[in-house]
Design a protein around this ligand. Sequence first.
Ligand code: NAG
Ligand code: NAG
Ligand code: NAG
Ligand code: NAG
Ligand code: NAG
Ligand code: NAG
Ligand code: NAG
Length: 506
Amino acid sequence: MVALKIIVLFVAGFSLLSSAAAGWEPCPKPCACFSNDGEKYVNCSRADLTSVPAGIPTDVQQLLLSGNGIAKLSRTDFAGLKSLVGIDLSSNQLTDDAILPGTFDDLPFLGVLNLAANENFTDVPKNLPAQLYTLYFDYNKVTRVTEDSFRHLPQLVYVDFENNQVENIAPGSFEYQHHLTGLSIGFNQITELPDGLFKTTKLQYLGLRFNQLTRVPVDLPGTLTDLDLVGNKIKEIPSRVFSNLTELQTIQVWQQDTLTTIGDDAFDGLGKLQILDADFCSIDRLTNATLSGLSGMWELYMGSSRIPYIPTGAFHDIKNITTLWLDGNQLTTLDPVLLDTKTLPRLSEVFIWDNPWTCDCHLRWLKEHIDNNNTAPTIDSPHIMVCNAPPKLKGRAFDTLTPKDFVCEDGDYDPSTAKSSRPGRVEVVRDERMHMPFTGAGKSLRVPTVWRDENMSICTPAVVDDYSILCMAGVVLLFLWVGFSMGIFVGKIQRSFSEGLDKMRF
Ligand SMILES: *[C@@H]1O[C@H](CO)[C@@H](O)[C@H](O)[C@H]1NC(C)=O
Ligand SMILES: *[C@@H]1O[C@H](CO)[C@@H](O)[C@H](O)[C@H]1NC(C)=O
Ligand SMILES: *[C@@H]1O[C@H](CO)[C@@H](O)[C@H](O)[C@H]1NC(C)=O
Ligand SMILES: *[C@@H]1O[C@H](CO)[C@@H](O)[C@H](O)[C@H]1NC(C)=O
Ligand SMILES: *[C@@H]1O[C@H](CO)[C@@H](O)[C@H](O)[C@H]1NC(C)=O
Ligand SMILES: *[C@@H]1O[C@H](CO)[C@@H](O)[C@H](O)[C@H]1NC(C)=O
Ligand SMILES: *[C@@H]1O[C@H](CO)[C@@H](O)[C@H](O)[C@H]1NC(C)=O
């Protein structure tokens, strides 16, 4: 008798426990009922259902019905499920008229609805609950967003509208979405956004990747923190186009081979921007002002573009930078000032492989830096860095060279390379005054090359490399030694010595 009582108690306790886990009510076939993160789930996904099963526990909060054949919804389907917060109806057979009036009327807390990838939605259904704050509507067949598409959903905070076929969005389509903070509308066919489309929203994230936009949207709300314009057809990022968007933290414009131009001061005022990702574009110019104002930026991605030259003031403002991606450009040389951790104290990693380097004395510092422990900053993958010039080093990997191979010799300059490495119309000018009369060790000691810009002012003084200076000093010492030890022709030697000095003065 006692034993029977114990067994009864045990069984009762067990069923109590299990029904507590299932929310006191039995779980309908073929669903699974469980708790996760303090929420009660009923999972009826991928179960060949053609309608919502009866007998769903009334305290369900998340109802998963994805991947079934549900083609119609009405008030009876969710009746009594008053605790529902989210319903996943993605990948069903729903069409424009499939959701009957009243379907969601009994669900005061329903905030999240997933209607992605259904049979045929050409617009946002009308009979959705007005309190909805998150709507997944990706992978449907909407071709145009109108003033009425979202009008009945004023509480929307986040909308996923990716992978539809939207070609245009009417002005005022988001006029009533004062709480909207995130919109993903990538992978559509949008060519243009009406100005001020999001003016009344609190948009922070705007995802527009892989559309057909030809210009940067203007008049975006000042709340924006993340802008994704990846894979569009934008040609230019005009000067100060983001000047009202002082909260921006990331801008992504990568994979946009139409993008050639970034206007000076294009990012001016964006002191909070952390990441600028413009990889895989066709940017053909970087000036001292291209990155101005980006004082908080950590990471700059400008790899796989067409940047021919980086002027020494280009990184002046980006004092917080840690990582620079400049691989796969047209860089032939790089001034050491640009990567100096005295001015860029946090710079730790630089990606500059796959550029057509001119391995001459101007780049010797880089080879020395790589050989000398390669830290502060680290040059990534130096073993795949290859010289494109001078001719005798063309095709040589940095790894196979020593710093001594990086020399500037007369004849090493290929004016065509030199030209493409400088902005504007720049010529290599040979200045006759610079020729040294000395010869030594079978090697001519000449400093023939001066850079001149179009206005014919010398912009970079001729560089005498260390080796030349040593040789010059040696020759001068030889003159002195000969002159003083032999004590003859002193006057003559003094004359030629001062003549030599005159010629060296430049
Ligand atoms: C719901 O059930 C489906 C099919 O059994 C399963 O693949 C999926 O992972 C389940 N989802 C959750 C959140 O448990
Ligand atoms: C989708 O719905 C639209 C409008 O109701 C209709 O014109 C179109 O034929 C439908 N397409 C398919 C594939 O069912
Ligand atoms: C910045 O805001 C002002 C005032 O709202 C507006 O006139 C201007 O067009 C905006 N600039 C851009 C680039 O959106
Ligand atoms: C630079 O980065 C550090 C560390 O992430 C951050 O705390 C600091 O605010 C940044 N400075 C600026 C000017 O954004
Ligand atoms: C760019 O900045 C550098 C360093 O501040 C300066 O020497 C150079 O003249 C500037 N170039 C132009 C075109 O302003
Ligand atoms: C070289 O770098 C390593 C780590 O990057 C460091 O531990 C070591 O002290 C450095 N050596 C010199 C000589 O700077
Ligand atoms: C040449 O001079 C003109 C007029 O002073 C100036 O606008 C231009 O920027 C100068 N070019 C260079 C490369 O300094």
